[in-house]
Design a binder for this molecule. Sequence first.
Ligand SMILES: Cc1cc2nc3c(=O)[nH]c(=O)nc-3n(C[C@H](O)[C@H](O)[C@H](O)COP(=O)(O)OP(=O)(O)OC[C@H]3O[C@@H](n4cnc5c(N)ncnc54)[C@H](O)[C@@H]3O)c2cc1C
Length: 327
Amino acid sequence: MKNFQWTEPQTIEQAIAWLAKANGKAVLMAGGTDLFTEMKEGVVEPDLVIDLKSIPGLASIQKDKDGVHIGALTTVASLAADAMIKLDYAGLSAAAGSLATPQLRNVGTVGGNLCQRPRCWYYRDAQMDCRKKGGSQCFAAKGRNKYHAIFGGGICHIVYPSDLAPMLVALDAQVTISSPRGERNLPLAEFYSLPAKNVRRENVLAPDELVREVKIPLAKKGTRSAYVKLKERETWDFALVSAAVRGTVSGGGLSDAAVVLGGVAPIPWRLGKTEASLKGKKLSQALVKEALRADLQEARPLEENGYKVELVEAAVTRALLSLTRPL
Ligand SMILES: Cc1cc2nc3c(=O)[nH]c(=O)nc-3n(C[C@H](O)[C@H](O)[C@H](O)COP(=O)(O)OP(=O)(O)OC[C@H]3O[C@@H](n4cnc5c(N)ncnc54)[C@H](O)[C@@H]3O)c2cc1C
């Protein structure tokens, strides 16, 4: 591993000032569960590591009239265990609980989860000069692509690996971003960007910006959420496909629905046509299959990952039907 400097800012302003001064040569560290893997593998070689854990007040879950505020340094374990989250946002609690192992959940944070880098084996191999690292090709396009994208790939076929991101997009979460220019809020759905926009990054953060918190709108009466994660094995693993759903249940159907996939695209992938087809109809396995048809026609599987199309149907069906089950 290349030598690097280390700093422990006491405020967000200090962290941002370090970021701005380093001019792209610094990285933020929260739990470090993803970042240190990248550094040990030589994929990332920063001059400076800025440890966010030294900043007080960024690890809390608070509810007020605007919604639920989740600080960037909240651990995944405390999100999964929070009683109010379990009650009002069961899907988010399930997504957090499904992630990695107890050890990783105790250390990994919400901010780090939303900003983690892809797990594509070509990207993670320091010897492979892939497009995401500034090279001229995506090796997954014609190489081993079992775990890669079936939607939105194009010039780079990574999938976004986060379990929290699709669920938080389905819940219409916003992120608050801090920089030397002040704070800005944007929908989490707009935080992520496709490779066609910037193949080197998965989100719209500028080099001198950090995520301070995530905010979820207050849960409406009758609104429920669920998360179904399909993995290759029972022990810890990333999702092959995951389905994050939210819906307001009324008379056996959904008066509104959000359906967002993980593990299938470089960003959390929203199924807008499916959502529209489900509205107001009585939920059944046949309805979900029919509702998915138009969105699934847009899938562009690679040689080894066509199986993901069937997994999408299974995950979305399971997640949606669970919303109407008695509590
Ligand atoms: C064995 C293993 C299994 C895993 N399984 C899963 C899984 O099933 N599901 C899943 O979603 N993830 C998984 N992960 C990935 C990762 O551990 C988690 O996503 C974790 O939540 C990352 O949080 P962290 O605080 O450790 O992030 P860090 O490693 O500290 O940071 C990750 C990235 O985010 C950036 N960052 C961190 N905080 C901020 C911030 N506030 N603002 C801007 N940028 C920031 C860092 O610079 C870095 O690039 C796994 C990791 C390992 C090693």
